[in-house]
Design a protein around this ligand. Structure first.
Ligand code: OGA
Ligand code: ZN
Length: 337
């Protein structure tokens, strides 16, 4: 039977997706001029936005060959991982005031500054069993003139109108992600609003709302893995993290030209689909707008409060090992009914 005309044929199927123990709902997909786009953004809900032409010049031109020719001679940040997971860590939290005793921490990934040519050659020659690579480089004026020109030709009119409408703060950075197929950025949240623009290949994003803090088990704020979930989605430890089973997430698979809105403080896990070639993404991180205090507070505002409490307790106790026991004593047995 012929497929219905408005059901677009997807180039991927479930065999391109990693398997997890949870089921996910679907992130809605709307055309950029559908009023429901702004409804989603206004209520801090993820949405896939179609037809924005946000990164059109990149969608039309950027691939590994074009990047190799045009990125220029600057060095780029490339992460290497022995597994498919690239769990981010904050180097500043490895030693120093927040970690005075130098709590043991072995970075799960290593970082190398590479010329674009070396990165792309290593990626092309890559064989199963070798360390995986993932380039995550801030787009600055140091990139070559053609890339700068493409960047200038992004649809700033559209994105600035959204920034204004939703009273976001300033654009802080654009990160360029160039990934091998199958790479995963494990579940974490960011403290900024994000328009995540897919340029090449397909990525799946699994998102959980900020009110699921209890299900996600974030590392302590002082830990190098701050903002990252302690749960390994590949093999969740249901004894240590029993509530993870109850997490209710939504998923989105986005392809070239599609933009995913990742609301501030929403948990997200990102995977480049398996066996579908390399991926390129550019994200747009915006500062949150001015804080509006209206009760009841929003879930993400409560997460922010929890972060501040944790930071203050560490500040006065000075020893990260004392933070958990003190906070436990504050609540244990005291707030039941
Ligand atoms: C982000 C993000 C990860 C990825 O844009 O906030 O987490 O692998 N991206 O694309
Ligand atoms: Zn992120």
């Amino acid at each position: 039977m012929a497929s219905t005309s408005n059901e677009e044929k997807k180039p991927w199927d479930s065999s391109n997706l990693r398997k997890y123990c949870l089921n996910f709902g679907e992130v809605p997909r709307f055309h950029f001029d559908d009023p429901r786009v702004d409804e989603c953004i206004r209520s801090n809900k993820p949405v896939i936005i179609l037809g924005t032409n946000l990164v059109k010049p990149a969608v039309e031109k950027w691939n590994l060959g074009y990047m190799e020719q045009n990125m220029g001679a600057a060095l780029n940040t490339v992460y290497f991982s022995k597994s498919h997971k690239f769990k981010y860590f904050d180097e500043n939290k490895m030693l120093g005031r927040s970690n005075p005793k130098g709590v043991q921490f072995t970075p799960p990934i290593r970082k190398e500054d590479m010329l674009i040519g070396d990165f792309i050659r290593t990626m092309r020659d890559w064989k199963q069993g070798e360390e995986r690579l993932y380039m995550q480089q801030s787009l600055t004026s140091a990139v070559g003139t053609n890339i700068v020109q493409d960047f200038v030709n992004f649809n700033w009119k559209w994105i600035s109108s959204k920034q204004k409408l939703h009273k976001w703060g300033k654009l802080t950075s654009n990160l360029l992600y160039v990934s091998q197929e199958g790479n995963v950025t494990p579940c974490h949240y960011d403290e900024q609003e994000n328009f995540f623009a897919q340029v090449l290949g397909y990525k799946r994003c699994i998102l959980f709302p900020p009110d699921q803090f209890q299900c996600m088990y974030p590392h302590p704020v002082h830990h190098p893995h701050d903002r990252q979930s302690m749960v390994d989605m590949d093999k969740p430890d249901h004894v240590r993290f029993p509530k993870f089973k109850e997490a209710k997430g939504v998923e989105a698979v986005i392809g070239p030209g599609e933009v995913l809105y990742i609301p501030i403080y929403w948990w997200h896990h990102v995977e480049s689909l398996m066996r579908m070639g390399p991926t390129i993404t550019v994200n747009f991180w915006y500062k949150a707008g001015p804080t509006v205090i209206q009760y009841p507070l929003k879930d993400h505002q409560k997460v922010s409060i929890m972060r501040n409490i944790e930071k203050m307790v560490l500040e006065v106790l000075r020893d990260p090992n004392e933070v958990g026991p003190l906070l436990r004593n504050v609540v244990l047995g005291r707030f039941e009914d």
